[in-house]
Write a protein that binds this ligand. Structure first.
Ligand SMILES: [Fe+2]
Length: 148
């Protein structure tokens, strides 16, 4: 058993996959960023994205992909178009225990991830990409999306 970490390293495979015997490769994924998935580690706040389901672990725990909900009144962002950009703002709390941790602008073949930090007001600029989808993650209420 003590050799397993070294064996997994030598074979360049995940130790969990090695133990379960699930070493089959994923099907080839087309580059459709509209199917992007997000994972957030509850321990360290690490954000992971991928274009298909995959095994993701962080801080020694397996993570589940987040399920995005359509933004409602409590969780929505205000976007004001200024020439080639959007000015994004929100009255959502930005406290350590409850804040918007990232925004992700998604369109066709592109993904722009913007990390946000507590104690700063939620005000940022994003490029205007035409019709696109904006994801945002609240540390207490999960992942939301709104079309822009
Ligand atoms: Fe929230």
């Amino acid at each position: 058993m003590s050799l397993l970490p070294e064996l997994a390293e030598a074979l360049e495979v995940d130790m969990g996959k090695l133990l379960s015997g699930e070493l089959a490769a994923n099907d080839r994924v087309s580059g459709n960023v509209n199917r992007v998935r997000f994972w957030v580690c509850p321990s360290c706040g690490n954000v992971v994205t991928a274009l298909a389901d995959t095994g993701v672990s962080c801080c020694g725990k397996r993570l589940r992909p987040l399920t995005a909900r359509k933004a409602g009144e409590e969780h929505s962002l205000t976007l004001q178009r200024i020439e080639t950009e959007y000015f994004v703002s929100s009255g959502h709390p930005m406290e350590k225990e409850h804040h918007i941790a990232f925004l992700a602008l998604v369109k066709d073949d592109s993904l722009l991830l913007r990390k946000l930090y507590p104690e700063w007001e939620l005000q940022t600029r994003l490029p205007f990409w035409g019709h696109s989808r904006l994801y945002f993650y609240c540390t207490q209420h999960g992942l939301f999306w709104q079309n822009i």
